[in-house]
Design a protein around this ligand. Structure first.
Ligand SMILES: [Zn+2]
Length: 375
């Protein structure tokens, strides 16, 4: 009853828009959003399914293609009819199916599928109508399944994915679904079949991270902080209470902890000259050739933001120290990514070291709390 009450209040917009979903706990995710698909074959991988109210057997091949601006439905090459919508509906929550487009890789997903025509009627709009927990487990497996075997780590990942889902549930509302399956939203290329991932998602069900005002936070992350995370305001100018710089010893020694890059000294100095730095001045030149962050992260060299320098020289991070190196300069860098929020490698290390998922989250996001939205 309390759960139902929450859903009414918290997801009223979602409820209004997704009247097609079987229950309000489902999410509508567009599959193969980055490709043009015009023919697919569907089959049940586990459990009983029906297609447009007709029961199918496990070995049946359901083919959906486009013909005269309609969906042509065939079962085992026998024409069933022409439709505007094809619904693959499972008998219970444990069912999963396989989808094989004629021009793309086959994938497996949980629960139900809805196929309609795209607006121009030239391709298929393929939507997985899936329970929120199954969706989250699929995203965690797609994005981080290979990163660890630790259930606690997958709990952290699942909660971050849930935060993203809750914040972006109306992102594709105007197109008739909630989220898409590519990096534009969260990568969702498969159902989860790794036991630790499924367990991590199930054990954290309903849990989200909220800031000190109770708002669901944006769970920014990067690969490795280099030993200190960045304050969001030093990267994007927005001051966000939970995205502060923290000392992060857990990232030290992890796979993306250090990097090096050599740049011609002339190229390095000319870059700053073009930005208005007088490189003939001895002190300026020394500063550019010996710039150091050994004592901690900095934000600028002269007036030029390190974020700009990172972009222009395609560096792994802004956390580097410069040393003269013959006719070159060597950039000795630490970390990988923008450095804001959670270090993925640091989070994995914390979990391996025995920290619990909430300790990991509270380490990287300042002043936050875990809240269960189902309670
Ligand atoms: Zn998207």
């Amino acid at each position: 009853m309390r759960k139902y009450f929450f859903v009414l209040i918290g997801l009223c917009q979602f409820l209004l828009f997704s009247c097609k979903a079987d229950t309000v706990e489902n999410v509508r995710v567009r599959l193969y959003a980055e490709s043009n698909i015009n023919e697919v074959t569907l089959s049940s991988s586990f459990g009983d399914y029906s297609v447009n109210n007709q029961k199918i057997k496990k070995q049946d091949k359901v083919k959906v293609s486009i013909s005269n601006s309609k969906l042509l439905l065939k079962i085992n090459e026998e024409v069933i009819g022409s439709y505007d919508t094809v619904n693959l509906v499972s008998e219970d929550l444990k069912c999963f199916f396989q989808i094989s487009p004629s021009n793309n890789k086959a994938r497996r997903y949980d629960n139900n599928l809805e196929i309609t025509l795209s607006k121009d009627k030239k391709s298929l709009m393929i939507i997985n109508v899936v329970s929120q927990d199954n969706y989250i487990a699929g995203v965690v497996q797609s994005e981080a399944g290979g990163a660890s075997d630790n259930v606690e780590f997958f709990k952290v990942q699942a909660i971050c994915c849930r935060n993203y889902m809750m914040r972006n549930i109306n992102k594709h509302k105007k197109d008739g679904y909630n989220l898409c399956d590519c990096v534009n939203c969260q990568v969702y290329f498969s159902r989860a079949n790794k036991q630790q991932v499924i367990e991590g998602a199930a054990k954290s069900t309903g849990e989200v991270i909220v800031d000190n005002n109770g708002n669901i936070i944006e769970t920014l992350f990067h690969s490795n902080s280099g030993g200190q995370t960045m304050d969001a305001k030093d990267v994007w100018t927005n001051d966000i209470s939970y995205l502060k710089s923290v000392v992060d010893s857990f990232s030290i020694g992890q796979p993306n902890y250090i990097w090096e890059k050599e740049i011609k000294e002339k190229e390095w100095l000319n870059y700053f000259k073009e930005k208005g730095v007088d490189i003939k001045n001895y002190n300026n030149k020394q500063e550019l050739l010996n710039f150091s962050q050994d004592e901690g992260r900095k934000i600028k060299i002269f007036n030029i933001p390190l974020t700009q320098i990172r972009k222009d020289f395609k560096l792994k991070s802004t956390y580097f120290t410069v040393v003269p190196w013959g006719s070159n300069v060597k950039l000795k860098g630490k970390g990988y990514g923008h450095g804001v929020g959670m270090s993925q490698e640091g989070a994995a290390k914390m979990c391996e070291d025995g920290y619990e998922y909430w300790q990991v989250i509270e380490h990287y996001y300042t002043g936050v709390k875990i809240k269960n939205i189902n309670k």
